[in-house]
Design a protein around this ligand. Structure first.
Ligand code: IPM
Ligand code: MG
Length: 384
């Protein structure tokens, strides 16, 4: 690629980001689920163990929302076709008809989807996760980590549509030995994630919000993020605002004397990706965490773990641990206003996975099946 071609490529990138910034400015307000006659909950199995674990999460939601399903206030819609085979065949991050079906739902529960990477034999299509976050403009990735016995109660607000992810598949190589990738932030995109974090803190009585950047080095984008953070913080006088660089934050999360002090963290996309895996590990691994992807119009809830193709190949998918996607289901219920049902489910999950733990999965036939775990959770709810 010569300099002229590079200029054209870069111009395309700039134009697309100007359009995106404009779209953010013109977006509507958050959906009011109370005002809807019917809430449509989409269930997307995804790849590998996804269909089998999301089916269990759906069973539990249907159990908790029995009356609402019967009265027509809630409808479940299973959406097939978000599989790596179809995406590879159509060279699409999300097949068109699947995207249309997704847009027909108000909220979505999603199983893991395989992300192609260099050398795995799949074409270089964008991650379905990343595409869904972009297509549905799910800008806030909310990831709670809680370890009550250690005094840890963290909530991460990861920006979900900007940063290195917005242009992660738009890099280019100039020829033999010079390669570029780009990162981008917009004021609108930064504003809405930072506000979401402070609003959450205010609603939940949290007293501290911490920004995590590398603004000493990545001066333009992270620098702007940090500047806006402190501007917006002024509107929340009762809440302490501070910031850490991502390297030292990574270290502080393992500092057992200091880490309990963090409450709400707000981070650009890539740092959020990395730090939330670290944080989830303290709680028992990424398999134990749920994740909410929230936009103004749509919201999607997912497990953080991968699709475990080997379990399916070996016929072990019925033994997969469904708890992470069930946690995600509880976040979904809370998000659409069914807080009592969500609380019950959270309590039952704590009993079944931490305190009582009568049965559990091992990933193999010597452990429980996903369906047995779901039964156990529902029986526990019934006893409450
Ligand atoms: C996550 C995952 C995704 C990401 C991958 C699967 C694209 O790691 O949800 O954190 O990088 O955002
Ligand atoms: Mg990740």
């Amino acid at each position: 690629m010569n300099l002229e071609q590079a200029k054209i490529k870069f111009e395309e990138i700039v134009k697309s980001q100007l359009e995106r910034a404009e779209m953010i400015k013109n977006q509507g307000d958050f959906t009011d689920y109370n005002a809807l006659d019917k809430i449509v909950i989409g269930v997307v199995g995804g790849d590998g163990i996804g269909p089998s674990i999301t089916a269990q999460a759906q069973r539990i939601m249907e159990f908790l929302l029995k009356d609402k399903v019967e009265s027509g206030k809630v409808e479940f819609k299973v959406i097939d076709g978000l599989t790596i085979e179809r995406r590879a065949a159509e060279l699409a991050a999300i097949p068109k008809d699947v995207l249309e079906e997704l847009k027909g739902c108000h909220v979505i529960l999603k199983g893991p989807t395989t992300t192609p990477r260099a050398g795995d034999g799949y074409p270089n299509i964008e991650s379905a996760n990343v595409a869904m976050r972009k297509e549905l403009d799910l800008f806030a990735n909310v990831r709670p980590v809680s370890i009550p016995e250690e005094g840890i109660d963290w909530t991460f607000y990861r920006e979900n549509t900007e940063g290195a992810y917005a242009l992660g598949s738009k890099g280019f190589d100039l020829g033999e030995d010079v390669f570029f990738d780009f990162t981008v932030t917009t004021d609108g995109g930064t504003d809405r994630i930072i506000r979401a974090a402070f609003e959450f803190a205010k609603k939940r009585g949290k007293t501290r919000v911490t920004a995590v950047t590398k603004a000493n080095i990545i001066k333009t984008t992270d620098g702007r993020f940090l500047k806006q953070f402190y501007e917006i913080a002024k509107e929340y006088p009762g809440i302490e605002a501070d910031d850490w660089y991502v390297d030292i934050m990574t270290a502080k999360l393992i500092d057992t004397k200091r880490r309990q002090d963090f409450q709400v963290m707000v981070l650009p996309n890539l740092y959020g990706d990395i730090i939330t895996d670290e944080a989830a590990e303290f709680q028992g691994g990424v398999g134990t965490a749920g994740s909410a992807n929230i936009g103004k119009k749509y919201a999607m809830f997912e497990a953080i773990h991968g699709s475990a193709p080997r379990m399916v190949e070996e016929g072990r998918d019925i033994y997969a641990d469904p708890c992470s996607v069930i946690r995600a289901a509880s976040m979904l219920l809370a998000h659409i206003g069914f807080t009592q049902e969500a609380d019950k489910l959270d309590k039952a999950l704590d009993i079944c996975t931490r305190t009582e733990k009568k049965i559990y999965t091992t990933g193999r036939s010597d452990g429980a099946t996903s369906a047995q775990v779901a039964d156990y959770i529902m029986e526990t709810i019934q006893k409450m």
